[in-house]
Design a protein around this ligand. Sequence first.
Ligand SMILES: [Zn+2]
Length: 64
Amino acid sequence: MKDANSDISGKSAHPNPRRATVMHCPYCASENLWPDPETDNAWECRDCRRVFSVKLHGQLPRGV
Ligand SMILES: [Zn+2]
């Protein structure tokens, strides 16, 4: 299955382009985030111990 994040062009902040860059944990807002070694695109929050991934579903058209 093709990952939606693979369609994003441009430079990625992370060497794995399928892993969307996340600045804060969506659950506890911690910045203590690390790439999850078990998966291609997940992050682990070392404060609340959650493992999650962020999926880009697309962009709104201009002018909205
Ligand atoms: Zn967290």
